[in-house]
Design a protein around this ligand. Structure first.
Ligand SMILES: NC(=O)c1ccc[n+]([C@@H]2O[C@H](COP(=O)([O-])OP(=O)(O)OC[C@H]3O[C@@H](n4cnc5c(N)ncnc54)[C@H](OP(=O)(O)O)[C@@H]3O)[C@@H](O)[C@H]2O)c1
Ligand SMILES: [Zn+2]
Ligand SMILES: [Zn+2]
Length: 337
């Protein structure tokens, strides 16, 4: 049996919950969970914001732990390997998208916490293809957030071939946003932080931002017209998107990784004049995760985390909900207090 923590109803609290995972599939591994980060998407799933939650729901998709069981046909991982698991736990592996290396775009990709149980547990299972080994130099206790928050903001740098000469801005300095600042700074880009929280200003500069702008102040936003090649938005709320478009240079891109529930209303003219783009992307492929981990290890990029013992798992979720977390909450599954 797997000992987990589950939400029993929309918006509920985590409760102890056991389930039988059945026989291990040939292509799967089982991970003994040591740490699990909490992502805003866990909260969206707890609250059924996206209409795809099923209860009991075991959240947790920023998993770090050691392999405990290996399926018969798995050749890439062995028991004892220190690994991570993110948003996706399985891919079809045979569609043209998977065959092109874009596993995260596979229409059959299975999220770790949708119709299966996630990492708020002593163990979690996933296909070996979706589990990535931690390279030397990555600290397990803080690495969980790299597997969702980190890859989600690293992936656009690869997808859009971002160079150190590009000027990039990040909207929202939370779990995703703080890692975006760190990655972009190490990438060599001049990076700007849009934040709604004055108390994050100095910390954003310390993480590599060259300036900060109030993300809710239209005048301040408009005063930076024609400034950025790429804006990565991690905000989960509706903002003045037209105002942000005006801060893009010609051929610039407003890229969404944060998921506001309201539709994005944008006038075509505001895109057309400067041939600007609006786009969005989900996490990243296993190969890009491995690339990100190597980059993070080489540049000593570590998520800034607040660690909670498993006995305070509900407090940990509330901490993220409160918006006060600096910058990612991680649960230590083996620490009772
Ligand atoms: N695309 C993907 O694959 C993917 C992966 C993971 C997460 N997500 C989504 O990304 C979003 C962010 O996740 P997260 O874990 O980073 O959440 P988070 O830690 O809560 O950070 C979200 C940030 O948004 C900003 N924000 C919140 N309310 C705001 C407001 N009223 N006005 C302006 N800014 C506001 C805040 O930044 P400031 O305090 O700096 O203003 C906050 O820190 C969520 O929607 C999540 O579901 C998407
Ligand atoms: Zn996530
Ligand atoms: Zn596929």
């Amino acid at each position: 049996m797997i000992n987990a923590f589950a939400i029993m109803e929309k918006g509920g609290k985590l409760q102890e919950f056991q389930y039988d995972p059945g026989p291990l599939r040939n292509t799967e591994v089982e991970i003994g969970v040591e740490y699990c980060g909490i992502c805003h998407s866990d909260i969206s799933m707890i609250d059924n914001d996206w209409g795809r939650s099923q209860y009991p729901l075991v959240p947790g998709h920023e998993v770090i732990g050691r392999i405990t069981l290996v399926g018969a046909s798995v050749t890439t991982l062995v028991a004892g390997d220190m690994v991570g698991l993110g948003w996706h736990s399985d891919y079809c592996m045979i569609c043209s998208t998977c065959m092109s290396g874009d596993h995260n775009l596979c229409s059959s990709a299975r999220p770790t916490i949708v119709e299966r149980h996630g990492g708020f547990a002593d163990k979690v299972r996933a296909s070996a293809a979706s589990v990535v080994k931690l390279p030397d130099g990555i600290d397990g206790s803080s690495a969980g957030p790299l597997f969702c928050a980190g890859i989600t903001v690293f992936n656009p740098l690869i997808q859009f071939d971002i160079q150190s000469t590009h000027k990039v801005a990040v909207i929202g300095i939370g779990g995703l946003g703080h890692l975006a600042l760190k990655f972009l700074n190490a990438w060599g880009c001049e990076v700007t932080a849009f934040t709604s929280n004055k108390s994050k200003k100095q910390e954003a500069l310390d993480m590599g931002a060259s300036q900060t702008i109030d993300s809710n102040n239209p005048d301040e936003i408009m005063s930076h017209a024609n400034a950025f090649d790429l804006i990565i938005s991690t905000a989960d709320v509706k903002l003045d998107w037209s105002g942000y478009l005006s801060t893009l240079r010609p051929k610039g891109r407003l890229h969404f990784v944060g998921i506001p529930l309201q539709p994005v209303e944008i006038g075509v003219i505001s895109l057309l004049r400067g041939q600007k783009s609006v786009s969005a992307s989900p996490v990243g492929s296993p190969a890009t995760i491995a690339k990100m981990l190597d980059f993070a290890a080489f540049d000593r990029i570590k998520p800034i985390v607040e660690e909670y013992p498993v006995s305070q798992i509900n407090d940990a979720v509330e901490r993220l909900r409160s918006g006060a977390a600096r910058y990612r909450v991680v649960i230590s599954m083996n620490k009772a207090s």
